[in-house]
Write a protein that binds this ligand. Structure first.
Ligand SMILES: [Zn+2]
Length: 137
C-alpha cells in the first residue's frame, strides 16, 4: 500500500524519493535517491504502464457515462456524452499516463520485490547481455 501511495504522489515506489520524473510524462532513467532503474532494465517495460493507463481511462469514461446517464435519464444529453467523452478520453490518457508509469512500477515491485542483488545491479548500470544478466532472471 505504501508503494502505491508513493506512486500516486509521483515518487519512487521503492524509496519514496521525489524527482523520478524529468518532465510531466518522462521518467528519469533511475531514481536519484536509491538508484533503481525506473524501467527495471527492461526495454518493453512501458507496455504495462500503457495498458494500465488504457484500462484506467476506460473505467473513468464508463463511470462518468454511467453517472450522467442515471442523473439525466430520460433526457440524456447524447451529444454532450459523445463529444465530452472524446475530450475526457484524450485528456485522461495524457493526464493519467505519468501516474500509470509510477503505479505500474509500484505493482511490479509488489509482485516482484527488488532484491539487494538486483538493486546493486541497477546501481552499477548492469546490462541485459549474458555477462551481466539481471540477478532475478
Ligand atoms: Zn528510489
Amino acid at each position: 500500500m505504501k508503494m502505491l501511495l508513493r506512486a500516486l504522489l509521483r515518487r519512487c515506489p521503492n524509496c519514496g524519493s521525489r524527482g523520478i520524473f524529468a518532465g510531466y510524462v518522462a521518467l528519469r532513467e533511475r531514481c536519484p535517491q536509491c538508484g533503481l532503474r525506473l524501467h527495471r532494465g527492461e526495454s518493453d517495460y512501458f507496455i504495462g504502464a500503457y495498458l494500465l493507463n488504457l484500462v484506467a481511462v476506460e473505467l473513468l469514461f464508463a463511470a462518468v457515462l454511467g453517472v450522467i446517464f442515471v442523473a439525466t435519464y430520460p433526457d440524456t444529453p447524447w451529444a454532450l456524452l459523445q463529444w465530452g467523452g472524446l475530450v475526457l478520453m484524450l485528456a485522461g490518457a495524457v493526464l493519467c499516463y505519468p501516474f500509470s508509469k509510477a503505479i505500474w512500477l509500484a505493482a511490479d515491485l509488489i509482485f516482484r520485490p527488488i532484491s539487494p542483488e538486483e538493486l546493486a545491479w541497477h546501481r552499477r548500470g548492469g546490462t541485459m547481455d549474458e555477462r551481466d544478466e539481471l540477478p532475478h532472471l
